[in-house]
Design a binder for this molecule. Structure first.
Ligand SMILES: Cc1cc2nc3c(=O)[nH]c(=O)nc-3n(C[C@H](O)[C@H](O)[C@H](O)COP(=O)(O)O)c2cc1C
Length: 204
């Protein structure tokens, strides 16, 4: 078992949440066996009913946290309806959690194109073939769609589908949590204030 809390440097004096996030993600890249960039993405539907699923973080900077998806999926329509979302990272072996909330913007076409171009050919075909979140009548129907788009784009570039792009969550609050003995965990919350951040420590 990794008693991460025993060796973890004190983070509660941090003043820059994105720098702290970069450090923690870097630590996770060394410790987590799979997908250190996996995060739970929470959204609400038109009735205010919450929904949640995992996605992969594909970029972050001072402007926010970016992931890519099908805009016609459940999450896509939910975000387009509210333009708000929340994220939660949990790095089990480090015993750390990061929570993010904020409004959402759509990444630029140039940014989405650049990321799409880095994806393996099979994933780019998949973006065309999968009507994500809609009912699939059989595995065969999906395989037929893959075969059909593979034939259509047999030669040359595979364009990015108009319904496939990225969302950027622009944080108004980021909370860092680290496990401590007897559930007396450390929590540090950053809240947006103008161009900067205010910080507060929270009871566990
Ligand atoms: C570790 C992990 C990473 C995933 N990453 C993505 C992703 O980056 N984009 C995406 O659209 N779906 C991703 N998925 C699939 C989603 O969890 C989900 O099944 C799918 O997007 C449909 O969600 P929706 O019906 O709520 O739109 C991932 C699943 C797992 C378990």
């Amino acid at each position: 078992m990794n008693d991460g809390w025993l060796t973890s440097p004190d983070f509660t004096q941090a003043t820059d949440p994105m720098a702290l996030f970069a450090t923690w993600l870097g630590d996770a890249e060394k410790s987590e066996p799979n997908d250190p960039n996996a995060m739970a993405l929470a959204t609400v539907d038109a009735d205010g009913m919450p929904d949640v699923r995992m996605v992969l973080l594909k970029g972050f900077d001072a402007d926010g946290f970016v992931f890519y998806t099908n805009f016609e999926s459940a999450k896509g329509t939910q975000i387009l309806g509210s333009m708000k979302a929340a994220l939660c990272f949990h790095w089990k072996s480090l015993r750390r959690q990061v929570r993010v909330r904020g409004p959402v913007e759509i990444v630029s076409d140039a940014e989405a194109d650049a990321y799409y171009a880095t994806r393996p050919r099979g994933s780019r075909i998949g973006a065309w073939a999968s009507k994500q979140s809609r009912e699939l009548e059989s595995r065969m129907a999906l395989e037929k769609a893959v075969a059909s788009y593979t034939a259509r784009y047999a030669i040359g570039d595979i364009p990015r589908p108009a319904h496939w792009s990225g969302f950027r969550i622009k944080p108004v609050a980021i909370e860092f949590w680290h496990d401590r003995p007897f559930r007396l965990h450390d929590r540090l919350r950053f809240e947006r204030e103008g161009d900067g951040w205010t910080t507060s420590r929270l009871y566990p």
